[in-house]
Design a protein around this ligand. Structure first.
Ligand SMILES: Nc1ncnc2c1ncn2[C@@H]1O[C@H](COP(=O)(O)OP(=O)(O)O)[C@@H](O)[C@H]1O
Ligand SMILES: [Mg+2]
Length: 131
């Protein structure tokens, strides 16, 4: 079980330690804490608070000390083929690629180096499976 602070500190730690070019899948139902985890990883990577470029479409782009960090949220894809419009080559060419709701991108989602599966465990706690 992890409260908000535990999830955030795990994310910050991951952000520090992940190898360059890691692809992280963030799975789990609505409200499980995927976006919270993605932001913590971005913070742990050393991205300054104001280095957020305007969000375009499904992609959030952050410029960090080790390069570009991309956070793709596939929640709004109505079908996997809509993911064909994303510039995956660029997304894979940065420092980190975080993919929320990867299943919605089907075969377009690049294979993960790490998968984090979050779930609800009551109002104020979550579980996280790492594989
Ligand atoms: N470990 C946690 N314990 C308690 N609340 C959490 C935890 N992780 C996230 N939350 C809260 O749950 C809500 C949904 O989180 P969010 O990251 O947007 O979920 P998701 O992206 O999976 O839909 C937010 O209000 C967030 O603060
Ligand atoms: Mg989310």
């Amino acid at each position: 079980m992890m409260d908000l602070a535990a999830v955030e500190s795990a994310g910050v730690q991951l952000g520090r330690e992940l190898a360059p070019r890691s692809v992280v899948w963030l799975e789990g139902p609505l409200g499980a804490g995927k976006t919270t985890m993605a932001r913590a990883i971005v913070r742990g990577r050393g991205v300054p608070e104001l280095a957020t470029s305007p969000t375009y479409g499904l992609v959030h782009h952050y410029e960090g000390p080790r390069g570009s960090v991309y956070h793709v949220d596939c929640y709004r894809l109505r079908k996997p083929d809509e993911a064909a419009d994303l510039d995956w080559e660029t997304l894979l060419g940065g420092d980190l690629l975080l993919i929320e709701w990867p299943a919605r991108a089907g075969a377009w989602a690049p294979k993960p180096t790490l998968t984090l599966s979050l779930d609800h465990a009551g109002d104020d706690s979550r579980t996280m499976d790492v594989r």
